[in-house]
Design a protein around this ligand. Structure first.
Ligand code: DP6
Length: 319
């Protein structure tokens, strides 16, 4: 869909195995920790930008309050030089606001489409750095497979890069526990989590887990990858439960029941480890050849939950 007046980019969402859960600088959106993710093949956002009279946003044909997009476009204007108002037209193949980070693929696709529209000649790392100001998790959605967002300590050095790993037969069983819109936004959730007395310990542990995760990926040890990712995610959710500024949780009773089944699956000899983001959905890390049996085991027990199998996906592309 390239024509004189519009550009289209496609970004896939990513799931963090080492989470981003806290900000060191609110204006620049610098994180307190580095994070590591897997880009997924099955969920993506396709975004077209075209010149218009004012900045606006349409997602899956529905007009949206474009305030966050407008603010982000203004950041890009301030950083890169002025450009005309844009109509942003997004097709989202990510379950919205249910703990599958649609903001990751949305802001990555938007940054790439705007850069293309303006003929900015930028590397993936430079695009990643710019996208951070829209949404932190977007930084990791430019890269195929695994990516690391290095936290940095200033605007210039906080961006993601690809992490080369051996070919890993990794898969996720995505359990769509609830499609309900989350009550606490990621930004607000992080702010509150940062008031937990356990917060600094989580930051320190996260740095160790990142090193261990890199070693596990280099060794193609999916079991170890899962163990570290689950420990990191559970500790993140514990911060929410121990926040001094009003404790909260994204997890519901169904989430807890699925987590119990993940343990039961491990007892049966499966590789199965859970990770959750800002919502009740559970993503189970496993090997490709075990994913269908895990899905079947869960589908029998949870009739109302929808299950998908997701695999490693590509980096940014253009149409
Ligand atoms: C739990 O990227 O949505 O998914 O930077 O405020 O837009 P903002 O936050 P966002 O946070 C994602 C948090 C997470 C973990 C992760 O993806 O690392």
């Amino acid at each position: 869909m390239t024509d004189q007046n519009g550009q289209t980019a496609i970004a896939h969402t990513n799931i963090a195995f080492i989470k981003y859960w806290g900000k060191a600088d609110l204006t620049l959106n610098l994180p307190t920790t580095s994070s590591l993710s897997l880009t997924l093949n099955e969920y993506y956002t396709k975004t077209r930008v075209e010149e218009a009279d004012e900045d606006s946003l349409l997602i899956n044909d529905l007009p949206q309050d474009g305030k966050r997009i407008h603010q982000f476009l203004d950041v890009l204007r301030a950083e890169m030089g002025d450009f005309p108002p844009l109509r942003v037209i997004s097709e989202n193949k990510v379950p919205l606001s249910a703990g599958l980070a649609s903001s990751a693929s949305s802001f990555a696709a938007l940054t790439a489409a705007v850069a293309k529209f303006n003929h900015w000649d930028l590397s993936l790392e430079e695009l990643s750095r710019l996208s951070r100001r829209g949404s932190g998790s977007a930084t990791r959605s430019f890269f195929a497979g695994f990516a690391i967002w290095e936290k940095g300590d200033k605007d210039e050095n906080s961006y993601a890069h690809a992490l080369k790993t051996p070919d890993l037969p990794i898969a996720l069983v995505v359990c769509k526990v609830s499609g309900m819109v989350k009550k606490v936004s990621s930004s607000d959730g992080m702010r509150r989590a940062q008031t937990s007395p356990d917060y600094q310990a989580w930051v320190d542990e996260s740095a160790k887990q990142l090193d261990e995760m890199k070693a596990a990926l280099a060794a193609a040890d999916i079991k170890k990858v899962g163990e570290i990712a689950e420990a990191n995610a559970l500790a993140m959710h514990n911060l929410n439960l121990t926040a001094e500024d009003r404790r909260f949780t994204y997890l519901n009773q169904e989430t807890v029941k699925v987590l119990e089944q993940v343990k039961a699956l491990r007892k049966q000899g499966f590789i199965a480890y859970a990770t959750m983001d800002a919502g009740p959905n559970v993503k189970i890390i496993t090997k490709k050849d075990q994913a269908p049996a895990i899905k079947e085991h869960l589908a029998k027990r949870f009739r109302k939950i929808q299950f998908d199998i997701a695999t490693a996906g590509p980096g940014i592309s253009y149409e």
